[in-house]
Design a protein around this ligand. Structure first.
Ligand SMILES: CC(C)(COP(=O)(O)OP(=O)(O)OC[C@H]1O[C@@H](n2cnc3c(N)ncnc32)[C@H](O)[C@@H]1OP(=O)(O)O)[C@@H](O)C(=O)NCCC(=O)NCCS
Length: 335
């Protein structure tokens, strides 16, 4: 029997900062509206020609995580890459990381679970390590949203929220069964698939069909979101799945040392914080600086919290996410 633990963390965001003021110059929005509704002040966007892609950002985060874990590239047994914005339609970005890191024929798998992607990936890594099959797994969450957003007033309800960036964790074998990843809890509800989705291009609507329709009003290739429905479901599901994880491990909310919620909206995080009676020291939010980086958001926030010394050995750390699918999940860790 083995346990698994996070042995190293890293993050990478592009240098280019896009403030709310910058956005208000190109679409009908304002700094006040964005801060009041979402808490976001700025986000990072890849700049054309700066060399960043979903895979390369993941690699930069991964290099830091591997260094901190003290492992060499040839010790990585599996790459799990969570993203909704892979470099190509296919293959996934995991294989690009294998090539960029030059890990000969290491298996690589993409996880397509949007904002819950990192939780699903951590859960998958945990099972491979606990079964004894693999010792060190590189788990990456990375997104390049900016190039695919509708940056006009028409897309303002979505475009102001999302940012680019990547986070990575090395999940390693832990012999001490009282420490490490205790459990993960995953859910989905596909009836809401189209409430937060990017519909085209897809096998329902291939590129030739889009070109043939020659419709300048076609917005099916931009992400669409039923913001209020997402918000209502998010606050309920976040709370449920955190409680499920705590109960499973005989823990109570006051035993949470650090909650890392997926950075969807500061108001959602604050609702959950209040619901569990957590102080400012028991939750880490950074959506103010990076916006919603989807699969990147939890590993970026976790890395930042750890770097700032907010997570100590023995702490109960809770990760929780909700997003497109709908999918949601939590992971409970004794650090
Ligand atoms: C998207 C979200 C911030 C919108 O906030 P909201 O309070 O629900 O606002 P609404 O969508 O009801 O829109 C209210 C008004 O603001 C306008 N608006 C939308 N985006 C705007 C923007 N960027 N700037 C200014 N006004 C905007 C709308 O057009 C609407 O105007 P109207 O009343 O004249 O029709 C909010 O619904 C949300 O955060 N939802 C969850 C999103 C989320 O977490 N997504 C990620 C999932 S992981």
């Amino acid at each position: 029997m083995y346990n698994s633990k996070i042995s190293g963390l890293g993050m990478y965001v592009p240098e280019n900062v896009v403030t709310n003021e910058d956005l208000s110059k190109i679409m009908d929005t304002s700094n006040e509206w964005i801060i009041e509704r979402t808490g976001i002040k700025e986000r990072r966007h890849i700049k054309k020609g700066d060399g960043n892609t979903t895979a390369t950002m993941g690699v930069e985060a991964a290099k830091i995580a591997m260094k901190r874990a003290g492992i060499e590239k040839n010790e990585i047994d599996l790459i799990l890459f969570a993203t909704l914005s892979p470099d190509y339609y296919f293959p996934g970005s995991g294989v690009l990381v294998q090539e960029l890191l030059d890990i000969p024929t290491c298996p690589a798998m993409d996880i397509r679970n949007q904002c819950s992607g990192f939780i699903y990936a951590i859960s998958t890594a945990d099972q491979y390590v606990k079964s004894g099959m693999y010792k060190n797994i590189l788990v990456i969450g990375s997104e390049n949203h900016s190039g695919g957003l509708d940056m006009t007033s028409r897309g303002r309800g979505v475009s102001v929220i999302f940012g680019d960036g990547a986070g990575a964790a090395v999940v390693s074998r832990e012999e001490d069964l009282t420490k490490g990843i205790l459990s993960s809890h995953l859910h989905s509800e596909g009836k809401y698939a189209e409430e937060l989705a990017l519909i085209s291009p897809s096998t329902n609507r291939w590129v030739p069909e889009i070109i043939d329709s020659n419709d300048s009003e076609d917005i099916s290739y931009y992400p669409n979101m039923n913001g209020q429905l997402v918000f209502k479901n998010a606050v309920v599901r976040f709370s449920e799945v955190i409680m499920e994880g705590l109960k499973h491990n005989n823990l109570s909310p006051d035993q949470i040392d650090m909650l890392i919620p997926h950075q969807a909206n500061l108001r959602i995080s604050q609702f959950v914080q209040k619901r569990f009676g957590l102080s400012e020291n028991q939750i880490h939010n950074n959506i103010q600086k990076y916006g919603n980086t989807t699969a990147g958001s939890i590993p970026i926030a976790l890395t930042e919290a750890w770097q700032e010394g907010k997570i100590k050995e023995g702490d109960i750390v809770v990760l929780a996410a909700f997003g497109s699918g709908f999918t949601w999940g939590s992971t409970i860790i004794r650090w």
